[in-house]
Design a binder for this molecule. Sequence first.
Ligand code: CA
Length: 219
Amino acid sequence: MRILYVEDEKLLADAVTHLLKKSNINVDWAEDGEEGLRLAKKPVYDAIVLDIMLPKMSGLEILETIRRQGIKTPVIMLSALSEVEDKVRGLDIGADDYLAKPFKTKELIARLNALVRRPTLRESKIVKFEDLEFDIENRTVNNVALTEKEAEILEMLINSGEKTVQKDYILAHVWGADMIAEDNYVEVYMSYLRKKLKTIGSKVAIKTVRGLGYKLVIK
Ligand code: CA
């Protein structure tokens, strides 16, 4: 795997790069937004790890520019926990995942693997819901790859049919009690899933039931 890592904090970048390389991930490092954008246009990366706050050009601007140009390299955004709006905006304009700073490099590697993983040749186990074909084993929906958490959430939604799945239930089951999960994690993952359903062109949508949770509806 070869990734582009855009990060202006040199000490952090060095430490993370060192650990990624130990996991056999090749890293090209860009330390400002302009250099990041220049490199991001190259079709050689399996994924881009993109900090939001950068000199010269922000991570969001880079993301917006490459997506507008039709570049589909998977992007993981990095942002401070306080920058919820940036995260949501990043997801809106085409980021595939985000990681809050500070993060563990192990977690970044897991996300990268989930994002870049090609469907394996395991026997598929397909669950259908309207026009969706969800392959539990290979974690794809209509052949679009899902991350582990996206797949867990989609499985819950599909299993519940048109009944509402409570947000607390999702939080507890996907993140577990030992995780300092924030309420907005669920919302953020719903936006990932909505984006994927949109990519597929499915007539199934995820509806927010205010104050309760989420359910699948037919548009
Ligand atoms: Ca930064």
